[in-house]
Write a protein that binds this ligand. Structure first.
Ligand code: BV8
Ligand code: ZN
Length: 254
């Protein structure tokens, strides 16, 4: 391998050693970890729908202005990912969780693939595409129908208009999720930041919070991000290929 190959090898072995020594891990994942499962990333070229930018549709204003249009977008995204399955990156994190005394997975993704891969302690910072919340009584229901029969879907309990149970731009992240994330950072030895462009707040500041708390931060991404210079190690490459190299699978005794 050329010198970049040697650096990559060095980063990888350093990251593997740090993870090996750690007993408490926190992970922050973004759309990049699901890219190899065929889920369109949020800002990549595949992040467009009918020429609308995702950021302009994922807002309460867009929804209340035209709930049908925003629901068409979410119905399209549900249809686009209904056959998506976890990739080796998701499975690696589920396996790593079994090996650590303490493990918290904070995801910005709303696709549910981490849970499908077997991850147990998942904090969904931006909600879940497969949940519908009633705008009248607040009831949240799991709904995997693709396509949805009626748009907007109506609450099974009070008939109120349903909304996707996700956090839109300009909306607050649930306080308990923030609290649990900050506590997990405090109690961690190392933070993995995987497949996120680091532009959406407050998720994008979690790496800085970890550094200010004296933690080691390892980033995995196809490219450098605005926060890369803050972190201890940035490993460039596909998370589905890199994550399985970062730990030794425990042997399953039959
Ligand atoms: C908040 C759910 C307090 C919905 C999402 C002005 C007015 C109002 C607010 C703001 C403002 N200015 C700033 C803000 C705050 C705003 C914000 O950050 N805006 C940004 C755009 C500037 N944040 C908020 O509003 C948050 N709430 O702050 O409340 C408040 C309240 C009022 C006023 C002010 C503050 C709420 C943010 C939550 C938004 N909801 N999703 C939905 O999905 O429909 S965010 C959306 O972006 C997705 O969740 C996505 O996960 C997330 C982050 O994107 P990424 O995951 O990073 O994905 P992206 O495509 O960007 O990048 C993919 C990365 O993967 C790339 O780096 C790529 O290189 C890499 N990659 C690709 N393939 C691979 C890979 N890496 C490894 N392997 C691969 N194979
Ligand atoms: Zn209701």
């Amino acid at each position: 391998m050329g010198d970049t190959g040697d650096t990559e090898e060095k980063e990888l072995s350093e990251a593997r050693e740090i993870l090996e020594r750690s007993s408490s891990v926190i992970v922050l994942s973004g759309a990049g970890i699901s890219a190899e499962s065929g889920v369109p990333t949020f800002r990549g070229t595949d992040g467009l729908w009918r020429n609308f930018r995702s950021e302009n549709l994922a807002t309460p204003e867009a929804f209340w202005d035209n709930p049908g249009l925003v629901w068409e977008w979410y119905d399209w995204r549900r249809r686009a990912i209904k056959d998506a399955r976890p990739n080796p990156g998701h499975f690696a994190l589920a396996e790593l969780e079994n090996q650590k005394r303490k493990f918290t997975l904070v995801t910005q993704n709303i696709d549910g693939l981490h849970q499908m891969a077997g991850s147990r302690s998942v904090l969904e910072m931006h909600g879940n595409l497969w949940e519908i919340k009633c705008t009248k009584c607040g009831l949240v229901t799991k709904d995997y129908r693709v396509p949805l029969e009626e748009l907007p879907p109506l609450c099974p309990s009070c008939g109120g208009m349903g909304r996707p149970n996700v956090v839109w731009f300009g909306e607050l992240i649930p306080m308990d999720v923030i609290d649990k994330t900050l506590k997990a950072i405090e109690e961690s030895d190392v933070m993995l930041i995987i497949g996120t462009s680091g532009v959406v707040e407050p998720a994008a500041s979690m790496g800085l919070v970890a550094k200010q708390a004296g933690k080691t931060v390892i980033e995995i991404n196809l490219e450098h991000t605005p926060n890369s210079s803050l972190f201890d190690i940035t490993i460039l490459g596909k998370s589905g290929e890199i994550l399985p190299l970062l730990y030794t699978p425990s042997v399953a005794y039959s």
